[in-house]
Write a protein that binds this ligand. Structure first.
Ligand code: TXA
Ligand code: MG
Length: 342
């Protein structure tokens, strides 16, 4: 695994200058790369939405380097949030809390809450400390697409449109942060991530799952997320070989994301064995999906992952990716792609 943990002073200076000038900076975190702007400059945050093609109704996470700066962004910190922050920050946890009234509406989508996170990646910490303020940052991908876990993924998404991209190597976790809302509707898990429901409950007691709000405030909760461009289907573990073999008949190119080796060699199948360990699978998931997406295949088959809670976040992203390709295929039937499937 490639790990580059510190940026040079010149790189940090360039990034801080860009942020102060209202420009965007892509930076590594331990979950995925973020596309950041000065959270106190609404015009700069607007550029993030434009670059991503993301509707401004979707709020963004403010990244800070220490919980001691929470009060700048948050009106009140419930005890349960205090306990979660003490246990999991810095780390892959985002807390949704009552907003401080002077936070700009573009950050919160005009809601009464704000999402805040203290990332653990040393380079993110280095940047935040040098900048001295909050950085508003969604994942550094175009709206609805796969999050980047390497600097080169950010380049693939945005080319030269983002001038400053800090390269911190491969994101260690590989999936977006766990999001938890603490408020009058109780403590609620809004998005599963590396911090599991069981871990949250150990600290917070009762944790409900899902939003109390009918409005989808978490874009990842709409199906058009985490999706490769190639149609993706989840297949039971014991069917993965036959499905791949049948679909690849006549030389049709098929991609497989499995957790073991194929039973035999299939000539037109691109097969990735992502292994049986949840943390390693998560670390590689988005890079693997990008690789398979670029392999020129008609279909991606993903072996269904195990049912235990270590796999919750992975299962969530895979289900959304597969649901998004169903929607896209229903709207724009890809000739031959799904038609020949059983
Ligand atoms: O790991 C991560 O969380 C990465 C890294 C860069 O920190 N960021 C990330 O940002 O995944 P994004 O924008 O792709 O996803 C953040 C999610 C969005 O689904 C957004 O709707 C939700 O957080 N969110 C932000 N503010 C919120 C709020 N006030 N209430 C509920 N959800 C909120
Ligand atoms: Mg995102």
């Amino acid at each position: 695994m490639v790990r580059i943990v510190r940026a040079t002073q010149a790189e940090i200076d360039e990034a801080v200058t860009a942020l102060r000038d209202g420009e965007l900076v892509a930076f590594p975190t331990e979950t995925v790369y973020g596309l950041g702007a000065n959270a106190q400059n609404p015009a700069a945050v607007q550029k993030v939405f434009e670059a991503k093609g993301r509707p401004t109704s979707h709020p963004v996470i403010v990244h800070i380097d220490s919980p001691k700066y929470l009060h700048r962004w948050v009106r009140e910190v419930p005890d349960v949030a205090q306990a979660l922050a003490a246990r999991f920050w810095p780390g892959p946890l985002t807390l949704v809390l009552p907003r401080n009234p002077n936070v700009h509406d573009i950050i919160t989508g005009g809601q009464d809450t704000i999402a805040v996170r203290v990332p653990a990646h040393p380079m993110a910490q280095q940047l935040l400390t040098a900048f001295g303020g909050g950085i508003a940052a969604p994942s550094a991908n175009r709206y609805g697409r796969i999050s980047p876990t390497r600097a080169e993924h950010v380049r693939e998404e945005f080319g030269q449109a983002i001038r400053v991209v800090l390269d911190g190597g491969e994101s260690q976790v590989g999936l977006e942060s766990t999001i938890v809302a603490c408020g009058p509707a109780g403590t609620r898990l809004l998005r599963p991530g590396a911090v599991t429901l069981a871990q949250l409950r150990q600290v917070a007691g009762e944790v409900l799952v899902g939003s109390a709000d009918a409005v989808p405030r978490v874009p990842g909760s709409t199906p058009s997320h985490y999706a490769p461009a190639t149609p993706m289907t989840i297949v039971p573990a014991d069917e993965i070989d036959t499905r791949a073999e049948d679909a690849s008949e006549g030389g049709r190119r098929i991609a497989v994301l499995a957790q073991r080796l194929p039973l035999k060699t299939y000539t037109s199948v691109t097969w990735i064995n992502a292994g049986r360990r949840a943390d390693a699978y998560a670390h590689d998931l988005y890079a693997n999906l990008r690789t398979l997406d670029k392999a020129g295949c008609e279909q991606i088959f993903v072996q269904e992952v195990p049912g235990d809670d270590k796999w919750d976040a992975i299962r969530d992203r895979l289900l959304r990716g597969a649901a998004a390709s169903e929607v896209e295929n229903a709207e724009f039937p890809a000739a031959g792609a799904l038609g020949a499937m059983p």
